[in-house]
Design a protein around this ligand. Structure first.
Ligand code: G4P
Length: 526
């Protein structure tokens, strides 16, 4: 099979949801379909439970397991499916943002009773920013749910995207009878507790009297009225609009009962985009280009503290990646070859000889890679779209064991490469400031410094509101600003100047007084 065919058969996507909506259950059911796992419960262990908020030992354990489930690849109906796992825990939101840079589309799971929740909204913002096509799965249909039309309105409003139902539920809660698949004109009947694996009942259209034989006259009438309304309210489904990320098709089902999952998967495989072109600082890169290129979007430390090896997760963007072939590490300006790149199939990691656009490979790394690094077949270009986001929480980090300052520096450096948190160095007093999205990371850093680097740190409070990256066409004003606010200027890991505003008011004042400076909450804003 050539490059063209390999690309056409790949579907690389992520599943996102608010915790508890059913992401893990859905992932598992998809893997069961693909034969990648053989029993339910296999993915469950990857979950960081809500109860673990302050239990970082548990997180450490989970971290080990999640290496295996970071990417789940399987073959199904001549497609190569790559599901990228996204942590549900909000303290790891940045990890999820970065993972979303390596997918071509997304499935959003929404709880039918709860509707759109906070975390889903936040993640959808990232999809919107990147114009990632999304599909919605309304889950837990076996339970009482919101009115379906209200729910669709809520999804449209909260996620700011047009929706189009491609299946329609019959009944609600204990009266839930099944779904009518508008995409395939099939009826799927629901029996609580029974996993539906056979295909649905096919009809030429919803008006055929046969339908009554299966769901009774009353339900059939309601279904027809509903569908009339659906056809009246919503435009015909357009694959182009979906791929343009302006329309989200919606499916209803119950992941736990494996109901509606196959229909979702089949439609997804048919309409979801294969690997798409990617943006670099020089040009767009087309997956069909002969020459290999890719970027690192995630780095995972090994669990064994005696071997500080890490795994860099690389998304192949173009061409064919080959084992033991020299590629340019653009950031280091160095040619490197990799003898044991791994792929993730059916929850097993195995060394691969080649990989294609859309694939994710794991590269064992002893400290050469940072998140965002690009590998190419010689061309000097850096993939874009992996911005740093302003952290929410900040603390000074100090050495708590003077004999171990080297270990501490190394540990902090490597943990930042992994993207556990962000490091800023104050240009005023030279002190190191750690910024994170959630409180949990501070504990994780302290714990890992001690166990992996034999170093001890302590934190000191610092009151900061946001980190802002700056841009200006007025160099005098920018330099004047930096002089005046010297106390609040720091450098990020890449040596860029950052303004650390200590309050929303201070930021507002800066914006008003220095009109030629743009203040951004992410490091990429072109
Ligand atoms: P998450 O990854 O999005 O956090 O959600 P997860 O799949 O773990 O599902 C959260 C809870 O919702 C689980 O129950 C799961 O069994 C349940 N669930 C998922 N899909 C459905 C569905 O279609 N219908 C119903 N009724 N429940 C569903 P739990 O009690 O938290 O976990 P467990 O002890 O059952 O594993």
């Amino acid at each position: 099979m050539g490059l063209k065919e390999e690309i056409a058969k790949r579907r690389t996507f992520g599943i996102i949801s608010h915790p508890d909506a059913g992401k893990t259950t859905l992932t598992e059911k998809l893997l069961l379909f693909g034969g990648a796992i053989h029993e339910a419960g296999a993915v469950k262990s990857n979950k960081i439970k809500k109860t673990a908020t302050s239990d970082f030992m548990e997180i450490e354990r989970q971290r080990g397991i999640s290496v295996a489930t970071s990417v789940m690849g399987f073959e199904y109906k001549n497609y190569k499916v790559n599901i990228l796992d996204t942590p549900g825990h909000q303290d790891f939101a940045e990890d999820t943002f970065r993972t979303l840079t390596a997918v071509d589309s997304v499935i959003i799971v929404v709880d039918a009773a709860k509707g759109v929740e906070a975390q889903t909204k936040k993640l959808m913002e990232v999809c919107r920013m990147r114009k990632t096509p999304v599909m919605v799965f309304v889950n837990k249909m076996d339970r009482p749910s919101k009115d379906y039309f209200d729910l669709l309105d809520e999804i449209e409003e909260q996620l700011q995207i047009k929706v189009r139902p491609l299946s329609w539920p019959i009944g609600n809660g204990t009266e839930f009878r099944g779904v009518y698949n508008l995409y395939e004109e099939n009826l799927y009947l629901f029996t609580p507790g029974k996993q539906v694996l056979e295909s649905g009942l096919s009809f030429s259209n919803v008006n055929t009297p046969e339908i009554e034989e299966h769901i009774g006259k009353e339900s059939a009438d309601t279904l027809r009225e509903d569908i009339d309304l659906v056809e009246g309210v919503y435009n015909e489904f357009s694959v182009d609009e979906y791929r343009d990320a302006t329309l989200a098709p919606v499916f209803f089902g119950s992941a736990l009962n494996n109901f509606g999952v196959r229909e979702l998967l089949h439609c997804f495989l048919e309409i979801a985009p294969p690997p798409l072109p990617s943006k670099t600082d020089v040009r767009m890169v087309d997956p069909f280009e002969e020459k290999f290129s890719g970027f690192v979007f995630k780095i995972h430390a090994n669990m064994d503290p005696n071997h500080r090896n890490r795994i860099a997760f690389l998304r192949v963007c173009s061409g064919k990646f080959e084992r033991n072939t020299y590629y340019l590490h653009v950031g280091l300006g160095k040619n490197m070859k990799f003898s044991s790149p791994t792929a993730f199939m059916a929850q097993k990691k195995s060394v691969v000889d080649e990989a294609w656009p859309g694939d994710i490979i794991g590269i064992p790394d002893s400290g050469n890679f940072k998140i965002g690094d690009s590998l190419t077949q010689g061309e000097k270009m850096n993939f874009k779209g992996l911005p740093s986001f302003s952290p929410e929480l900040f603390r000074y980090i100090e050495n708590a064991d003077p004999m171990k300052s080297k270990q501490l520096a190394k540990g902090v450096d490597q943990l930042m490469d992994e993207g556990v948190a962000q490091l800023f160095i104050s240009q005023y007093n030279g002190r190191k400031i750690i910024g994170t999205v959630g409180a949990l990371q501070f504990e994780v850093i302290q714990y890992r410094l001690e166990h992996e680097y034999n170093a001890k740190c302590r934190y000191e409070p610092i009151r900061l509101h946001k980190a802002c990256w700056m841009k200006s066409n007025n160099p005098e004003q920018l330099s004047d600003f930096k002089k005046r606010k010297a106390q609040y200027i720091a450098k990020d890991k890449y040596g860029r100047d950052v303004f650390l505003a200590d309050s929303a008011y201070m930021l507002q004042m800066a914006q008003e007084s220095f009109k030629d400076i743009e203040f951004h909450f992410t490091s990429e804003f072109e």
